[in-house]
Design a protein around this ligand. Structure first.
Ligand code: PLP
Length: 384
């Protein structure tokens, strides 16, 4: 039975080289970086080397790197920590974010509104899922605590004009955060070129371990810590360091940076083959997200009147692991809010499919998938 993984936006396998770099910190070098003795010092050196290595890729200072437990935690710290600090310091009460954000950002913004009385403005997406920078101009003012717009979208792959948005925020002296969890595997992460104040990453999207993330926070950024306790991470994120995972994240990011061109070149033609074939061979199909400004390994579609959940099950039974843009559950279909925000109707949005590629994906995998997909869509359209 075939078992082809086409869901690299959900997570990636751990790179063997990364695992090798991590192993000593589970075994011999198991010390707590906060301990004074030699074992502790060794662990501390590993964390600080990791921090420097991450800072090199992000083109920032090591002290601007905060290690967290995942991309979600980084987003929470940026948004909640940034919003609460801005209100405390200057009475700012508005949050600007987009209709395309991952729940790590959107649910946090909703909670800040419900529990803390912030006012959230949801920036519109265009038909390609893009936030037009000009939509920010009228919305930005001195009452704005923070703006958060993702770098690349997980459901539809669209890459946002982050540098332009950052520039507008800087002009108004408003804090700008970007969720770069999907962008981390392929896009430029130079925070100076991007002009962002904060940027979130999660290691498991670029062949690192699950359960470890980074928040870059520009020097001088006011953040209210979300996890209080010992003074780790400059007091911004208390808790004993996850040394082996920090080492793993740093090594995975270093390799991603070094091999970025090669990785892009591997997945991009395969992605284009999938997009071309689907649009040509499957009637009533549409690409979602931007046709060119999209993640290199990301293909996403909607099929009119198809049941996206059923399509995933049919593909899974045929040996292909994909994902859907929608959070639909059998019996209570709920179309993806992101797809609806791009202007798609329910009939289209419910039939969504996301196919994401990675380094292990081969041309043969893609060919096998494309042989099966048209029949699978046809079946997922039949009403029983
Ligand atoms: N943000 C985006 C855009 C994501 O795609 C994801 C994961 O799918 C997250 C945040 C959450 O990251 P993590 O799984 O590291 O918590």
């Amino acid at each position: 039975m075939m078992n082809i993984y086409l869901d690299y936006s959900a997570t990636t396998p751990l790179d063997r080289r990364v695992l090798q770099a991590m192993m000593p910190y589970f075994e011999m070098d198991f010390g707590n970086p906060s301990s004074v003795h030699v074992r502790g010092q060794k662990a501390e050196a590993a964390v600080e080397n990791g921090r420097e290595s991450v800072a090199k890729v992000l083109h920032c200072l090591p002290e601007e790197i905060i290690f967290t437990s995942c991309g979600t935690e980084s987003d929470n710290l940026a948004l909640r920590g940034g919003a609460l600090a801005a209100r405390k310091e200057r009475g700012a009460i508005r949050i600007l974010t987009s209709k395309g954000e991952h729940p790590a950002v959107s649910r946090t913004a909703e909670q800040l509104a419900d529990v803390h009385g912030f006012c959230v403005k949801w920036l519109e997406l265009d038909e390609f899922g893009m936030v037009r920078p000009e939509t920010l101009i009228d919305a930005l003012d001195e009452k704005t605590a923070i703006v958060s717009v993702m770098y690349a979208n997980n459901e539809i792959g669209t890459i946002q004009p982050i540098a332009e948005i950052a520039n507008l925020c800087r002009g108004q002296r408003v804090l700008f955060h970007t969720d770069a969890v999907q962008a981390g595997a392929y896009l430029n992460l130079d925070v100076d070129k991007l002009g962002v104040d904060m940027l979130s990453l999660g290691a498991h999207k670029f062949y690192g371990p699950k359960g470890i993330g980074v928040l870059y926070a520009r020097r001088g950024t006011s953040l209210l810590p979300q996890q209080t306790g010992g003074g780790q991470e400059g007091g911004m994120r208390a808790g004993t360091h996850n040394v082996a995972y920090i080492v793993g994240l740093a090594e995975a990011l270093r390799l991603t940076f070094e091999e970025r061109d090669e990785r892009r070149e591997h997945v991009m033609p395969l992605r284009d083959q999938i997009i071309g074939t689907v649009l040509e061979e499957i009637p009533d199909s549409q690409l979602t997200g931007h046709p060119t400004d999209r993640l290199p390994g990301h293909a996403s579609f909607v099929f009119k009147d198809a049941d996206g959940n059923r399509l995933l099950q049919i593909l899974d039974a045929a040996g292909f692991a994909c994902s859907s843009g929608s959070a639909c559950k059998t019996g209570s279909p709920k179309p993806s809010e992101v797809l609806l925000a791009t202007g798609l109707s329910r009939e289209w949005a419910l039939g969504s499919l996301r196919v994401t590629l990675g380094m292990p994906t081969t041309a043969k995998d893609v060919e096998a998938f494309l042989r099966v997909l048209p029949g699978a869509v046809e079946k997922a359209r039949k009403r029983h």
